[in-house]
Structures are given as C-alpha cells and as structure tokens.
Design a protein around this ligand. Structure first.
Ligand SMILES: NC(=O)c1ccc[n+]([C@@H]2O[C@H](COP(=O)([O-])OP(=O)(O)OC[C@H]3O[C@@H](n4cnc5c(N)ncnc54)[C@H](O)[C@@H]3O)[C@@H](O)[C@H]2O)c1
Length: 333
C-alpha cells in the first residue's frame, strides 16, 4: 500500500520534498499540500497533482497522511510537527528543527509519546562525497582521525554541525570565536541569542571529539556558494583526504586530495568528471527523502532522527556560549 504523504509549507523546501516524493512513484501518494499563503499551496498542488489546503488541520483531517513533511521556516516548525504527530502521522521535519533547544526536545518527547517517527532532513549526509568520506574513515583508511578542518558558507553552517557528528562522532568540548554583525545576517529573524544558525561575518569553532580528534569549523556568509558549499580536510595517523570545491549546482568535489596517493580514491570519493552526471542539492533532497521512506517502509531506524536535530542545536548553542563566556563549553558527548 502506498504511503499517504502530506506537505506543510510550500516554499522552496516544500517544492523539493514534493518532487522527491514524486520520484518514488507508486510507493507514495501525495494526499495534499498546505500553506497559509493560499497561492503557494495552489501552485504546488497543481504542479504535483494533489489538493491544496490553507490550514494544517484540514490537511490532517481530509488527507489522513501516514507521513507529513514539515517545510515551514524553522521558527514555524514546532506547532505543525506537534499537530501532525498528535494526528498519528510520522514526520520528516526540515532542519534546523526548532528555534530553541527546549522546543526541539518537546518535539522528540511528543514523537515518542505518540509512538511515531520524527526524522530531520539532514540531506547533506546523502551527498555521495560525504557518504564516501565517511566510508573511508569507518574502514580505517586514514587510521585514527587526529584532526579535521571544515570551511563552510554560512548557509551550510547548520549542515556542517551535523556533518561533524556524521563523520567524526560526538563532540565533547567546544571553544569558539564569533564575529557577528546583525546587519549582515540574510534572515532578519535570526538573532545570535541562542543559535547562530546562519553566521554572518565569521564563526570559528574548535571542537574536541570524544575519540580525541580536533575539528576546526569556520563558516562565513562572505564566502561564495558558487565556489563551494563546504570543504573538508581530514588528517589521520596514516593519511589525509581533502574534498575541495563542492559548488551549489553540483556537489561533487572539483578536487579530491589524497595522501598517500591512491589512483582510485578520487573516483571513490566522487570527484567531478566531465561526462558524468552532476549531483545537485535537489538530488540530495531526493536521496535523503528516499532513504527516509525506505527506512519507514522497512520499520528500520530512519537516517537522522529528532535526537540528531537536538544534537546539532545543542552544538550551535555551545558555539554561541563558548564565545560569549570566553570559555570552553563541555558537552555530554
Ligand atoms: N535541507 C536543505 O538543504 C534545505 C534547503 C533550503 C531550506 N531548508 C529548510 O526548509 C525550511 C523552509 O525553507 P524555505 O526556504 O522553503 O522557506 P519559505 O519561507 O520559502 O517557505 C516556508 C513556507 O511555509 C509557509 N508556512 C509558514 N507557517 C505555516 C503554517 N503554520 N502552515 C502552513 N504553511 C506555513 C509559509 O507561508 C511559506 O510559504 C527551513 O527550515 C529551511 O532551513 C532546508
């Protein structure tokens, strides 16, 4: 039986989710989309052959979805997620899952009380380059990881916080320096009170991993998305891998560096080659959503759960606190 799916929030991310579900064919039936902006709901419903709704309640009552994608902006995630869970739907929520850690934890508690799955869409984990890099690390190609550097465009900062956990495990200590200018923030509602979410001039964090590795994460809005979403260099006791130049239109690295030399490594790590298809950000949405649906169908753990969303927010909060207090913040790890 097809999974009945609804989408709340019909902006850019809602459109990506609709296209991604569309690629799953008969495994999924898109039963409705919802936006408080009626025109947006109408346009996405027409494009994806489903019904538009202006109220979350109507989508839940009339569509009776098994699964709801919540694609509102982050400060509007909480209520639709709680409503969908209370109606008995599983939820795939866009990142970052909430605007406070307390709200994020409330969402996780609600999912477990409802006995439903709450997943967070960390689609960068589904980019082939990062999957391959993780496989190399896990297979021990570099030996024990000693240090890593991630440089990111501010738009990818939240994904970078999640990738740190995906690639290197849990963070136990955080030191940071943040140079924040509110006027340079692209979203006026983001304020550096609890989270940076999208840093402005620069956010530089020094992260100590539970395994002992040190990771430097530097993000700025002044970087160019056309050059790279984010670059990663990992140094282990036996080798080094760097992925450089993953532009927004094609997330395959333009350059892979490996030491010691391994002629097959660049191909394994998905270095962009002429004549081979690009892997866009849209493709990452599709891969992430396909993996989520496959896990739900199989009754398996989904790739990234609510607790991963909480962990990324706690990390973001620790970066802010470490800078503000001028101290090292210790996390439970
Ligand atoms: N994973 C990724 O790579 C990625 C990329 C882009 C955006 N995002 C995330 O997706 C989310 C949405 O981003 P966007 O750029 O599509 O935002 P957007 O502002 O373009 O769209 C959000 C839509 O939600 C609607 N909305 C707000 N409250 C609502 C409610 N209660 N009920 C129904 N509709 C409501 C708004 O009217 C708007 O149309 C954000 O959390 C963002 O961070 C993720």
């Amino acid at each position: 039986m097809a999974l009945r799916v609804g989408i709340i929030g019909c902006g850019g991310a809602g459109g990506e989710h609709a296209r991604a579900y569309g690629k799953l064919g008969s495994r999924v039936e898109l039963v409705g989309v919802c936006d408080i902006d009626a025109g947006r709901a109408e346009r996405l419903a027409t494009a994806s052959g489903t019904r538009p709704h202006a109220a979350v309640r109507d989508l839940l009552d009339e569509g009776r979805p098994d699964l709801v994608s919540v694609c509102t902006a982050e400060y509007h995630h909480v209520q639709p997620v709680l409503d969908a869970l209370a109606a008995g739907s599983h939820v795939l929520c866009e990142k970052p899952m909430a605007h406070t850690v307390a709200d994020a934890r409330r969402m996780v508690t609600a999912a477990s009380a409802a006995g439903r799955v709450l997943g967070i869409d960390y689609n960068y984990r589904h980019m082939p380059a990062f999957r391959a890099l993780r496989a190399e690390i896990t297979a021990g190609a570099l030996g024990q990881v000693l240090l890593a550097q991630i440089t990111a465009h501010a738009f990818c900062y939240h994904h970078a916080l999640d990738l740190v956990r995906f690639l290197f495990g849990e963070v136990v200590e955080v030191a940071s320096w943040v140079d924040d200018v509110q006027a340079r923030r692209n979203f006026p509602w983001t304020t550096p009170e609890e989270f940076l979410y999208v840093p402005s001039v620069s956010a530089t964090a020094l992260l100590r991993m539970r395994g002992g590795a040190t990771v430097t994460l530097a993000a700025s809005r002044l970087r160019s998305l056309e050059d790279t979403l984010l670059d990663v260099e990992v140094v282990g006791e036996r080798g080094r891998i760097a992925l450089r130049g993953l532009p927004v239109g094609d997330t395959r690295p333009r350059r892979v560096e490996c030491w010691p030399g391994d002629p097959a490594a660049a191909e394994r790590l998905g270095e962009a080659r002429a004549g081979q298809p690009p892997f866009s950000l849209s493709a990452a949405f599709s891969a992430s959503i396909a993996a989520f649906v496959t896990a739900l169908e199989a009754g398996q753990p989904v790739p990234t759960e609510g607790r991963d969303g909480v962990a990324a927010l706690v990390l973001d909060q620790a970066v802010v606190q470490a800078h503000r207090l001028g101290t090292v913040v210790r996390l439970g790890g």
